[in-house]
Design a protein around this ligand. Sequence first.
Ligand code: ADP
Ligand code: ZN
Length: 707
Amino acid sequence: MSPTGSGSAEHRVVQVVLERGPLRPLDYLCPEGLEAVPGMLVRVPFRRNVALGIVVSQDPPEVAFERLREVSELIGPTLQDPQEAVQLLHLLRQRYLATWPQAAQPLLPSARGFLPEAARWEAAAGNDSEAEELLRRAPRQKAAYESLRQGPRTLQAALWRPLLEKGLIVRHRPQRPERPKSTGPQATPAQAAALVALRGTPGGVHLLHGVTGSGKTEIYFRLIEDALQAGRGAILLVPEIALSAQLVALVQERFGRRAAVLHSAVGEGARRSALQRLRQGVADVVVGPRSAIFAPIDAGVVIVDEQHEASYQQDEAPRYHAQDVALLRAARSGATLVLGSATPDLGTYHQARSGAMGLVRLSERIGGRPLPTVRVADLRHTPGRIFSPELHALVSESVSRGQQAILLLNRRGFHPSMVCGNCGQVPTCDDCSVALAYHENGEAVCHLCGHRRKAPGACPACGGRMRLLGTGTQRVAQAAREAWPGARILRLDRDAVRNVGAADEVYRAFRDGEADILVGTQMVAKGFDFPRVTAVGVVVADIGLGQPDFRAAERTFQLLMQVAGRAGRADSPGQAVIQTFDPEHPAIRFAVRHDYEGFAAQELRERERGGYPPFGELLLIGYSGREESAVAALAEQRAAELRVRAPEGVRVLGPVPAPIYRAQGRYRWQTLLLAARREDLRRLAANLPQGDGDPRETPLFDPRQFR
Ligand code: ADP
Ligand code: ZN
């Protein structure tokens, strides 16, 4: 095929990727005068509808464009710098193996906030006779124009478009507030020194490694103020809005209306209005979870708080990690990037140690407060007890003094599993190969897919009596009521806070002293700064250690350090008791001593020996489908192909059945690729067929990449 028509028409063909469109970008004709360059948001006809899409390229060498449909509307740049949006699309496709439509997904929601229809317009400065002349034959436009001269207002597209083209109106830009609402405390010498280091290299990337309670938040706020002073905005990422209520409230207090909270759970309306305020320039401080990294603002500083948190990686396609997106955006826009944590993820820490980014430390708590004393209670010595004598004494002391305690067990429900006392059968979910947990309301719940039903009173197979096994948070809460009668107890886990706002309510009640003991899953370990918490107990520390994940020890260590870090943040010193069956495990030994460096050194040595990240690259390829044998056959076939094609230095492990063999009715197999260099994996993966979630239940190709 060769282009037909005039040569000048060639550059008027654009490729547009659609959110729910086909796997490839589609060609469209771009009408004369429309500046649809790559990175622009457009509306295009698709099938019988109009769809939102992003222009990804122009000028294919050969297109038969007489049959192409036309772009219907040019909306505006996806991000302020349209080219940046294109780069992000490429990152999502190459690094995270996303398809085109998947890559477009995270960029489009914020684009939806960009509705020119809702913009306010004002009359442009100019002479009246010219306007008079231009509007002589357009009475409606003239009336609209006259009304704008009284003050800014919104207009229908049918009116603002022609007026804009005639140069008679401009977009109204409200004044930014002069300065942030309130000011913070005077920086401590340690904070001041950290700020000097962070400000020393504007546009640099820094790991801010500060122990729990070392005052990282105030450092973030000062860097945000710097950016605002320089006329730019800021993005502050938090792991999960529901668990960051305290930080979000502080941001709002400090930056007032300039702060915009971006979060899907705030409701579509609120989200849209937050985006609108960003587009208009009224707000310029974005706070949000991982998706907020795609916010359409020019950020002078990007901060990733609690950067080690797993929630920064999306666990469905596109499987991006917000920190990688932040690295790209910051590098492109010259923003300073600050990655904050008391327990940095080991890959990032390794990079900082090897000089790939700055490393700024805060090794003491504010006010010289001590880190909590941590002791181990060996569960092998206290069988059958939920609380060891050590933990019991600690909580009793705290409660009797009118202080507060936090008890962590990373497992929901009352009893995590059931078994028939007669035949030994374990009831599992119909759709998942997962034992059903017994919950206190008498339900049997699948913790993977959420399916709930009434718990069987008798064994479905033999009619024998069911026995309930193990301990979940509900049982801990009940045991706490018995152990500390009179103490007021709150629970924080996904069953206790099933709807939006419920976590906020638990957080508020505990902060306001309406409870003495907070029992919960890892949700209680995150970021809270409660002055009256002096005691922390970990009911069973070993739960995460058995996970088939090379990061199991790292995750457990981080969880223990973080939850212990909730204690003793104000005047009264804190104490923690970690109950475990494995006191010698490095994750526990080093956590007891608050020895991050020691743990990191040992764990990184292990990783290096095994070729695991950050010393190697991993790619997990999952296959899933409803037909057991078809999935296994496909996984085998693909692994054989990979072995043939794999360059030297790439190991192909498997396929093997996935740790959770069946989930939501789909059987799952996986193959793990290990390589010394990312480039090798990327080239190998680039040629893999992409799954498209075909509803005919063919096996689904599901690429995953670990950092
Ligand atoms: P981190 O995020 O490092 O765990 P925070 O930022 O929550 O620590 O700070 C811990 C506590 O110290 C908070 O209560 C905070 O208000 C207080 N704080 C931080 N900086 C200062 C300061 N410069 N002067 C007084 N108090 C401070
Ligand atoms: Zn299930």
